[in-house]
Design a protein around this ligand. Structure first.
Ligand SMILES: [Zn+2]
Length: 63
């Protein structure tokens, strides 16, 4: 992956906003914790899959 999302580093003093898109087209946007939580919910509810934090962040790009 060309774009790496770095977590936990302050940029303009706040949490950076990430975008994560699912294969089905579903997209979430928010801080690292938010996108991880929402994508995990989505994966479980819609695809009956379990996504790890690493898997979610691996797909994240900067907003
Ligand atoms: Zn999906």
């Amino acid at each position: 992956m060309l774009i790496s999302a770095r977590m936990g580093e302050s940029e303009s003093g706040g949490a950076r906003i990430l975008v994560v898109r699912c294969d089905c087209g579903f997209e979430v946007r928010g801080t690292g914790d938010e996108v991880v939580e929402r994508m995990q919910d989505h994966a479980r509810n819609v695809h009956n899959m379990t996504a790890t934090r690493e898997q979610v962040l691996d797909r994240a790009t900067s907003a």
